[in-house]
Design a binder for this molecule. Structure first.
Ligand code: IMO
Ligand code: MG
Length: 427
């Protein structure tokens, strides 16, 4: 038995989909445990690109059991479209399992997300407007609707009616917009229920059974450490726990069952959405990285803010998720730069900070302290062996390992599954 959790170490978009797909080869089961359709995981197999938001990246293999765990918030319209998209492209979706205990993202969650963002004005969070915050809020406030409720016709109608009455009051009386129609929404969800019902199970049970049977289970995180509700740059975070602990709660497995935690990190940093970002490059180099790395959002198409690698952030991720190794992605993107900078600490009011601060007021004032390493100018995207990397690239990787305090297990040098160099065995 082996279980590996894949988490993002930065602000999301680190390449978790690609790394999950690569590791899934040796897994029996791939599990999403938090987030929702705010995630955008791109996987390229034999030149074909797949964009996934809710279904685990393991679905591109014929035989992997793919699980949407209890910790995920599910927008059924998106899920149903994603199933259709995969089927149209010849993929087998019969191995999808959906937790009966997962909460639903309802149309009013999306609407509230939009309204609240607008109301925040200058202080907007830059959410994906997928209703994620309002859905997790309803879950915590115990107003949520779960998959198992959906499958009980009468219960669902009753719960939906109660909730809609409250939400419509809010939408009409407070925000002065239109409310939602119960009959219409019920009919829409009835259709979804018929489509997903064959996939619905107690996913905690089947994951634990797989582990007990000695199978390999891969947990696919969405978002990243700095978007974690507790460990991220609050309030510029998402409403779930993308750190490793989230895998236990969001999948229903005990911490004693987790063997390894792989942190996915880009060779640089990117952020989509608002909030402080110490190593952000707003000039030419930032634009160069954005264009070379095609740094535009998978979910929203927004241009991503780009900057140098920040090992203060990496050490934070190592600590809060207990990372056992890193998967460093986009090394190929850095090729062609004369010098590459790595942030090793922050200067704050004359003091050197080596740990990530919690206060955004402090973070906003932090100036990155860099060290520079020489770049390389050859195309590395076709290489398959670590030994063939240019010495400058190897030195860069070594320095990242030293500063992060953890080894690098995998290096990604392109979008294709095959463009991955393995340094240490993960499964
Ligand atoms: P993947 O899984 C990058 C960001 C949003 C915003 C904040 C809150 O592809 O890495 P939300 O809609 O979750 O309430 O938005 O979180 N965000 C992501 N950024 N990648 C993601 O997912 C993200 N999911 C949410 O941009 O700043
Ligand atoms: Mg993404």
């Amino acid at each position: 038995m082996s279980s590996v959790v894949v988490v993002g170490t930065q602000w999301g978009d680190e390449g978790k989909g690609k790394i999950t797909d690569f590791l899934a080869r040796k897994a029996h089961m791939v599990v999403r445990y938090q987030g929702g359709s705010n995630a955008g995981h791109t996987v390229v197999v034999d030149g074909e690109e797949f964009r996934l938001h809710l279904i685990p990246s393991g679905i591109l293999y014929e035989d992997k059991i793919c699980v949407i765990g209890n910790g995920v918030v599910i927008e059924l319209g998106v899920l149903v479209r994603e199933l259709q998209y995969l089927q149209e492209r010849g993929k087998n979706t019969s191995n999808l399992r959906i937790s009966d205990n997962a909460h639903l993202v309802m149309p009013y969650h999306r609407r509230l997300d939009e309204i609240e963002e607008e109301q925040r004005g200058e202080d907007r969070l830059g959410t994906t407007k997928r209703g994620i915050g309002p859905a997790y809020r309803d879950k915590a406030a115990r107003f949520g609707l779960r998959v198992c409720d959906l499958l009980e016709r009468e219960t669902f109608r009753k719960k939906l009616a109660t909730r809609l009455e409250q939400v419509n009051h809010l939408l009409c009386q407070v925000y002065g917009t239109e409310g939602f129609d119960l009959e219409e929404m019920e009919a829409e969800f009835r259709r979804y229920a018929d489509i997903i019902e064959p996939h619905v199970v107690d996913t905690s049970l089947i994951i634990n059974q797989a582990l007990d049977a000695g199978q390999n289970v891969l947990f696919e995180g969405a978002q990243g450490t700095l978007l974690d509700l507790d460990h991220g740059t609050y309030p510029y975070v998402t409403s779930s726990h993308p750190t490793a602990g989230g895998a236990c709660i969001g999948a229903g497995v005990g911490p004693t069952k987790i063997d390894r935690v792989i942190g996915v990190t880009k060779a640089y940093t990117s952020r989509v959405g608002d909030g402080p970002f110490p190593t952000e490059l707003t000039g030419e180099t930032g634009d160069w990285i954005r264009e070379k790395g095609h740094e535009y959002g998978t979910t929203t198409g927004r241009p991503r803010r780009c900057g140098w690698l920040d090992t203060v952030i990496l050490r934070h991720a190592v600590r809060v998720s207990g990372l056992t190794g890193l998967a460093l992605t986009r090394l190929d993107t850095l090729g062609g730069l004369k010098e590459i900078k790595i942030c090793r600490g922050y200067r704050y009011r004359g003091r050197l900070l080596t740990e990530f601060p919690h206060s955004l007021d402090v973070l906003k004032e932090c100036e990155p302290v860099y060290e520079e390493v020489p770049g390389w100018d050859i195309d590395i995207s076709h290489l398959t062996d670590y030994d063939d990397l240019p010495v400058e690239a190897k030195n860069y990787l070594q320095r990242v390992e030293e500063l992060a305090g953890v080894k690098i297990d995998l290096v990604s040098i392109g979008r294709e599954r095959a463009q991955t160099i393995s340094l240490h065995r993960v499964f």
